[in-house]
Design a protein around this ligand. Structure first.
Ligand code: ZN
Length: 246
């Protein structure tokens, strides 16, 4: 009976390992999809901001164009007054006004040219972001498809392993199941390990000779004195689990 318990425990651990591996594959594929999705969202947000910025720049540019047009008209009105001046003093005043208007036109032209550059740069940035978003959309489609495939691939295997697990758990004494669960929870999923060369293969601590002999005899459920995992004799090399890909 106890011999049976140890075999069942070995089986239980192996099935639990399979389930953990399958779950890890699903988790990794889900995380990858989420990561790509977050990157895409980030790029889309940047694109939205960039488009808003371009919109505002364009408003500024149009305002500047109107201002420039008005300033050019003012400049030509002032120039036309040159013919009407009577005194040298008036002449000087109009000249000063012309010069001021010219200065204003030059400044507006420069500002407008800077506006155009900013609009162009913003446009280039948008095109770059659009290309990025497009690429990320493709990545997301691919990651989504991979996730679907992984979920589909692993679903049946997990169901099969779970029913195997349930069956084994049902065959074990409740006290052993409780112990197994507690150790598995406390020891990162690994509750049943082989003892080899008078040592625990999980924590590598030496096992007292008398205890080791008991483990090899499979006389009862023995825990490692150091890590408290359940010790079993070396298992024959398994032919590998079926339906569990990496
Ligand atoms: Zn140990």
């Amino acid at each position: 009976m106890e011999v049976d318990v140890l075999s069942l425990l070995a089986k239980l651990q192996s099935v639990a390992d399979d389930i953990d591996r399958l779950d890890a594959r699903r988790k990794a594929a889900t995380e990858e999809r989420d990561r790509v999705e977050a990157s895409l969202q980030g790029a889309q947000d940047s694109l939205t901001q960039c488009r808003e910025r371009l919109h505002n720049l364009d408003i500024e540019r149009r305002k500047r164009e109107l201002g420039l047009k008005a300033e050019r008209e003012r400049s030509s009105r002032v120039k036309s007054r040159l013919g009407e001046v009577k005194t040298s003093r008036e002449y000087q005043a109009v000249l000063a006004e012309i010069s001021a208007a010219k200065q204003a036109v030059t400044e507006l032209e420069e500002a407008l040219s800077r506006d155009m550059e900013a609009v162009e740069a913003s446009g280039a940035e948008i095109r770059e972001l659009e290309a990025q978003v497009e690429g990320m959309q493709t990545d997301l489609d691919r990651a989504g498809k991979t996730l679907d495939d992984v979920l589909k691939d692993t679903e049946q295997a997990i169901l099969d392993r779970r029913s195997e697990e349930t069956e084994v758990l049902r065959s074990l004494p409740l006290e052993v199941v409780d112990r197994y669960r507690l150790i598995r929870m406390r020891r990162g999923g690994l509750a049943v390990v082989e003892a080899r060369n008078e040592a625990c293969t999980a924590c590598f601590m030496r096992i007292p000779p008398q205890t080791y002999i008991e483990v090899m005899r499979r006389s009862r459920v023995i825990q490692c004195p150091n890590c408290h995992r359940i010790l079993i004799p070396p298992q024959p090399v398994a032919e590998g689990p079926t339906g569990v890909g990496e």
